[in-house]
Ligand binder design. Structure first.
Ligand SMILES: [Fe+2]
Length: 344
């Protein structure tokens, strides 16, 4: 078995392949790590057949749809998952065949209603059902501590104790444990009483994950996160360093147009000398009047460098072939002590 664990912050994803047939599956891919999976796949000479999410993640952006679309693989999730881009809904007791490998799906609701674990020979990918020294939380949408108890004590904890546990998260840099280790040492599993387990889960005072609303929206719909919109845009354009904007803008024969895409009030309060202002929201409708020459070199800028990236990519799409964005924003420009002027 070819087995890679890929860590991105506290999130763990997996690329598992059959040595003999080179068929592979990716489990819980993170959207920012797509190039990493693809490079591992090409290094190892693998072909991904399945992309599997153990559940609807609330704390990171799933790369399943993106990865599957890119390589022509099938997205697999439990049938309770809401995402409309699932090609192959599966249920408890079903098996995915990955070359000569068998991946048996167990429905283990509790962390979410669509949570699953996957048994691969001598190991189990436990998603967020069982973590090393912990369990998934049950206070997020569709979580249920009673179900988690049943999924653990009447489900995966009954499997072979030597099974190696590979979770979807770990907060302390650990990679794996075994079911035996967890049964013996995991503090949340020490009482076998259902009500005690539930009380213990309810007593946890956990902060909400960052990007909860956005992650659920993206993971349930297959839409894009703001970060991936900006990443897509920044892949279409070039950027210009502040020093170069200053140098080229100051040149006697400068033909650069600095385009400030912030709202008018922000522009009035202080902008790069000679910058013109078209707020991002009006950009498409006003370029014909204010930027009549599509061959001009345009540098878009905004407060932090994100909206200007989107604006420059839009201009590029509209035919402004030399549109670029300022690398940084007016905040960084100000911090660098570069000149700003106020006014109309
Ligand atoms: Fe989760």
């Amino acid at each position: 078995m070819i087995f890679h664990q890929i860590r991105c912050g506290n999130c763990l994803s997996y690329l598992i392949g059959c040595e003999e047939t080179r068929t592979a599956i990716v489990v819980d891919p993170e959207s920012s790590q797509i190039d990493r999976y693809l490079s591992l796949v090409s290094r190892d000479g693998l072909l991904i057949h399945f992309v599997f999410d153990t559940h609807t993640h609330a704390d990171h952006f799933s790369g399943s749809k993106q990865l599957a679309t890119h390589i022509g693989a099938r997205v697999v999730m439990h049938r309770a998952a809401a995402a409309p881009f699932i090609d192959m809904p599966v249920d408890d007791g079903e098996t995915l065949i990955v070359g000569k490998l068998r991946a048996r799906v167990m429905h283990t609701p509790g962390h979410t209603s669509d949570s699953t674990c996957m048994v691969f020979g001598d190991r189990i990918l436990t998603g967020d059902t069982l973590l090393i020294g912990g369990t998934g939380r049950t206070d997020l949408p569709s979580g249920d501590p009673y179900q988690l108890y049943d999924s653990l004590f009447h489900g995966i904890l009954l499997l072979e104790p030597a099974l190696e546990v590979f979770p979807a998260h770990d907060y302390k840099g650990r990679t794996n444990s075994t079911l035996r280790d967890e049964i013996e040492n995991n503090p949340r599993l020490q009482s076998r009483d259902r009500n005690t387990f539930v009380e213990q889960m309810r007593a946890l005072e956990l902060g909400m994950p960052a990007h909860l609303t956005e992650a659920l929206r993206v993971n349930r719909s297959g839409g894009k996160s703001v970060a991936s919109l900006i990443a897509d845009a920044s892949g279409k354009i070039a950027f210009m360093a502040m020093e170069d904007v200053l140098r080229l803008g100051d040149a006697h024969d400068s033909n650069i147009i600095v385009l400030d895409v912030r709202e008018h009030e922000a522009y009035r309060a202080g902008h790069i000398p000679r910058a013109i202002n078209i707020p991002r929201g009006q950009l498409e409708l006003r370029v014909n009047d204010l930027l009549p020459d599509p061959t001009r070199r345009i540098v878009a800028c905004c407060e932090y460098g994100k909206i200007s990236t989107l604006a420059a990519a839009t201009l590029k799409d509209m035919g402004f072939g030399r549109a670029v964005a300022l690398d940084g924003g007016i905040q960084a420009w100000k911090r660098a002590g570069y000149p700003l002027v106020g006014g109309p």
